[in-house]
Design a protein around this ligand. Structure first.
Ligand code: NAD
Length: 476
């Protein structure tokens, strides 16, 4: 019997949507459908595949109002929902621009032994599974999907069960592009559907928690398929003594609480040169107090509700534990129950690395600030984390910032700004530590990682190479 999953609205707290959790056979059918059509898609020229993606951008635009309305219900926020749909268009435009350079076959060239000419081709895996979380439901379902499709793969998306409403109107947009509809499927379901997807695909890209990422990696390893894991973070910002303190305070506060902190690249640990510490904390508290929640008017404020029902309680637990161990909460820090749950921007000081608030991902609108007395101490504190997603450095000069950035154990460092990976995608970066595994989702690797490289080596002489190298042309 199929289970009916009731879905909670994060703004009202009401369970106002439901779906039937698919049985494993439904996942097999969805995967078989796109698998059947994938060879046809892969045989299209790249130009034709890109034209299909361009047509999809137009279809999304035609269906934008319905998709947006559903996404607003899913996430309880209007501005970010609009940004997600704008980003979708930007992803497609970027794919049109970058895929040809990334996926071109290399021209035959003479090898180190001159009688051989070689070249490399990119061969798609086949079907790529894309399992995504609830914090940016649409962006994280498509960021890796377009490169995978451009590379000639079919894609089966399994979005989060917490935010499934956008899928139905998105399917209408997909249906307007028949060739794409043959190779792009979306299955709404819980974690068991995600596990079933992993069993049906040839490569998987997973964005979500470390706990689930580990299960996905284990399942993928059993099948000998690659798993690209985009996991959590505990991003630090380091504000050096030479930095523009007002700029650093404004930027780090915003990037700690934007999207209610429900972003993997959210800044969760801020280390400030002791001489500017008090001024910095004052500025952060003033900035935080001026950032409003989007209740009772969803169209105002910058801090939306917790999307996942239990997230507020998780944040509250970390704060209570820290407070019990001596932390000071300057503003925010309370769970506001308006049906949905909100927390005002929260600034915390007197924290230590013994607190879970400074070790575990918080995923809430919480900014923790600690002073440091030397740059060595700042480096030690910033790198004292099991995560290594991204980081920010604020310095007086570009050279100083660039130099300091190299000391940080994380894949993407913003200098004199924060969270630049949200908008800048051309520079390759890996996730360090528990933040992930697999080739970069940014830069040209975003495309090539969904292919296997095939070398074609042609002997252009009439002498076979190996026997000649052995000094023999006949059997031993
Ligand atoms: P989650 O791990 O709970 O769920 C993610 C997805 O995995 C969901 O679709 C879920 O249904 C599915 N799933 C659950 N069990 C599964 C299984 N056994 N096999 C396959 N799929 C399964 O994550 P979440 O709570 O939805 O998302 C929040 C997390 O995502 C945070 O840790 C955040 O940092 C991380 N995240 C990372 C990035 C990044 O780019 N690195 C971006 C956004 C979010």
């Amino acid at each position: 019997m199929t289970a009916v999953i009731e879905v909670r609205n994060p703004y009202t707290g009401k369970r106002d949507y439901s779906f039937e959790d698919p049985a494993p056979a439904d996942i097999v059918a969805a995967a078989s459908h796109v698998r059947r059509n994938q060879p046809i898609w892969a045989a299209f020229t790249l130009d034709k595949r890109l034209k299909c993606l361009e047509a999809f951008a137009a279809a999304i635009s035609r269906n934008r109002d319905a998709i947006l309305a559903a996404l607003i219900q899913d996430t309880g926020r209007i501005t970010v929902a609009n940004m997600e749909l704008d980003a979708l268009d930007a992803f497609i435009q970027r794919t049109l621009k970058d895929a040809p350079a990334a996926l071109a076959a290399s021209q035959p060239q003479t090898a180190s032994v001159p009688i051989v000419e070689g070249s490399s081709n990119h061969k798609p895996y086949g079907v790529v599974g894309n399992i995504s979380p609830w914090n940016f439901p649409i962006i994280l379902s498509f960021l890796d999907t377009f490169p995978a499709l451009a590379a000639g793969n079919a894609v089966l998306i399994k979005p989060s069960e917490v935010t499934p409403r956008w899928v139905e109107p998105m399917r209408s947009a997909i249906a307007e592009c028949p060739e794409l509809a043959d190779v792009l499927g979306i299955v709404v379901g819980t974690g068991q559907a995600g596990a079933a997807v992993v069993e049906q695909v040839d490569a998987v890209v997973f964005t979500g928690s470390v706990t689930t990422g580990r299960k996905v990696a284990e399942a993928a390893a059993k099948q000998f398929i690659p798993a690209f894991l985009e996991l959590g973070g505990k991003d630090p910002a380091i504000v050096l003594a030479s930095a523009d303190i007002a700029l650093a305070a404004r930027t780090t506060t915003f990037c700690s609480v934007q999207s209610a902190g429900q972003a993997c690249q959210s800044l969760e640990r801020i280390y400030v040169a002791r001489e500017h510490y008090e001024e910095f904390v004052d500025l952060a508290v003033t900035t935080a107090e001026n950032l409003e929640i989007n209740y009772p008017d969803m169209d105002t404020g910058v801090v939306g509700p917790f999307i996942f029902e239990d997230q507020g309680a998780i944040v509250l637990r970390q704060l209570a534990d820290a407070k019990g161990a001596g932390a000071t909460i300057h503003c925010g820090g309370e769970l506001l129950n308006h049906g949905g749950f909100w927390m005002r921007p929260t600034v915390v000081t007197d924290v230590t690395h013994e607190m879970s608030l400074m070790q575990d991902e918080t995923f809430g609108p919480v900014m923790c600030i600690m002073p440091f007395d030397s740059e060595d101490e700042a480096i030690r504190l910033a790198n004292d984390s099991q995560y290594g997603l991204s980081a920010a450095v604020f310095a007086g000069t570009v050279d100083e910032g660039r130099e300091f950035a190299r000391t940080i154990h994380a894949g993407a460092i913003s200098v004199n700004d924060a969270a630049l990976t949200v908008l800048i995608h051309e520079f390759e970066h890996d996730a360090f530590g528990l933040s992930g595994m697999g080739a970069s989702r940014a830069g040209l690797s975003a495309y090539t990682r969904f292919t296997r490289k095939q070398a074609v080596m042609v002997n252009v002489a009439d002498q076979p190479l190996l026997p000649t190298a052995f000094g023999k042309t006949g059997p031993n």
